[in-house]
Design a protein around this ligand. Structure first.
Ligand SMILES: Cc1ncc(COP(=O)(O)O)c(C=O)c1O
Length: 456
């Protein structure tokens, strides 16, 4: 991306000339994080149940039920008698790592040795050799030159966007970019709220013009790109869409990038560790890491912890460090969390069975329901808010923690149950889920035991 490299370099020179370039200086904590003594396992253990089984006190449970409309009549038991132990099918802990003993041990050790609060933002005093090591590991996993940790995935998207927008201001004569000197941002219609908010920010500062293309529609995107006179073009998309469970057409995006020379930025929040032989996400699966310029991620989903990051080139990192406001003006990640993330990457690398298990659950769900889901995110679109809430009530009563997703998270009348599978779920959990769902939805294959058995 020669042109984008030039623009980023020019922006960095401008910042340098105004003494506005910023960089982190790691505080050395000793002992350094280590994988010594971290246990790994060759299959699910009792702790895996903790990441998919939750308790809820009777009062909260009854209150929740009372807030949900009951369209389908009582299906099982009475509210007062239902179990408060719920099987969780609504989290994002896809690999089931949040309760792993090695993550807990790493966090506890770091807390004992180095305390909790990082004391400040990364640029002031909150950046340590722990943060540096995690950035290095993430850059390696994502096959990028470098990486920048952010407080959350939301903050990572905002930081990238504000740094991106700053390019057009920095390169304009009086800080106010002309119409054509702005950045043209092309964004998938179903991108995550943090991308949308980041875009709104730069649009408001008049640093960017925004084009929203129909979800996954490469013909529409191509038309918009072809008709746009602005030189600095950026396409941004989720890789695995959080509410619909479908993948962005990565190979087509890579081809369009060759044609239109845009900067390609992806938010890989949901496919990291879930996809790719080494857990590098969907870009690894397609072998197209070098065709994507910016890879934004989160540590709060499959990594089972908390935090966000931007994997990118050294130069982009310098720019985001210097201009990304949600990075600059927010306290950095606590050291125990960083240590746990580091342990999670180690465990995910060793416990290959987790990735196999989650895709087995996807397969089993498909066989049991004759649906054709392509990821661990299952989106059962119901329609009205009332009907979706009622479906969620039915599932809650049947012992499943599944929430109805409503506007503004999804468009009106596409309210749904969002169900997520995890490596910590068992086949039996999926069977119980499908059985409960089938009292509400009509799946073609449920009950056709002989046919199902032959496919499992
Ligand atoms: C696609 C996507 N990006 C970013 C985020 C935000 O990540 P975090 O929860 O770490 O702030 C989410 C969380 O739901 C997401 O789904």
């Amino acid at each position: 991306m020669a042109l984008w490299d030039q623009w980023v370099e020019a922006a960095l020179s401008k910042l340098a000339s105004r003494s506005l370039l910023r960089s982190t200086r790691p505080i050395s904590l000793s002992p350094t994080p280590s994988i010594d003594g971290l246990e790994t396992f060759d299959g699910p253990r009792h702790f895996d149940r903790s990441s998919v089984e939750v308790d809820m006190d009777e009062c909260t449970f009854s209150q929740w039920l009372s807030e949900l409309p009951n369209l389908g009549g009582e299906t099982r038991g009475k509210d007062k008698n239902v179990s408060r132990k719920l099987l969780l099918f609504s989290g994002n802990d896809y690999m089931g790592l949040s309760f792993h003993p090695s993550l807990r041990k790493a966090a506890a050790k770091a807390a004992q040795e180095h305390g909790m609060g990082p004391r400040g933002s990364a640029l002031v005093c909150g950046y340590t050799n722990y943060h540096q090591l995690l950035e290095k590991s993430l850059a390696e996993l994502k096959m990028k030159e470098d990486c920048l940790l952010c407080p959350t995935g939301f903050a990572a998207n905002l930081a990238f966007m504000s740094a991106l927008g700053s390019i057009s201001s920095l390169l304009s004569i009086n800080g106010k970019p002309s119409q054509d000197a702005r950045i043209a941002i092309f964004s998938d219609a179903l991108n995550h709220a943090s991308i949308i908010d980041g875009i709104r920010l730069v649009e408001r500062l008049q640093e960017a013009k925004v084009f929203v293309y129909k979800h996954g529609d490469m013909v529409h995107l191509n038309t918009l790109l072809s008709g746009c006179k602005i030189e600095k073009k950026v396409v941004i998309t989720d890789t695995l869409f959080s509410m619909d469970g479908d993948f962005a057409p990565i190979a087509d995006l890579v081809n369009l990038r060759k044609k239109h020379n845009f900067l390609l930025a992806v938010d890989d929040a949901h496919s990291m560790l879930v996809c790719g032989k080494n857990g590098g996400g969907i870009l690894e699966e397609y072998g197209c890491e070098s065709d994507v310029d910016i890879c934004i991620g989160t540590l709060s989903k499959a990594v089972g912890c908390q935090g966000g990051f931007i994997a990118c080139s050294n130069k982009w990192k310098q720019l985001v460090q210097s201009r990304g406001r949600s990075f600059i003006f927010s306290t950095s990640l606590p050291v125990p969390v960083v240590a746990a993330c580091h342990a999670a990457l180690f465990v995910a690398r060793k416990e290959k069975w987790r990735q196999i298990a989650i895709w087995n659950r996807v397969h089993e769900f498909n066989v049991l329901t004759q649906m054709n889901i392509t990821s661990p995110i299952i989106s059962l679109v119901i329609g009205s808010e009332k009907a979706a809430l009622s479906a969620s009530r039915h599932m809650l009563q049947s012992g499943f923690h599944i929430t109805a997703i409503r506007p503004p998270t999804v468009p009106p009348n596409s309210c749904r149950l969002r169900i997520t599978l995890s490596a910590s779920h068992s086949f039996d959990d999926v069977k119980r889920l499908v059985s409960a769902l089938s009292r509400w939805f009509s799946f073609p294959a449920v009950g056709d035991n002989a046919q199902i058995a032959s496919k499992l």
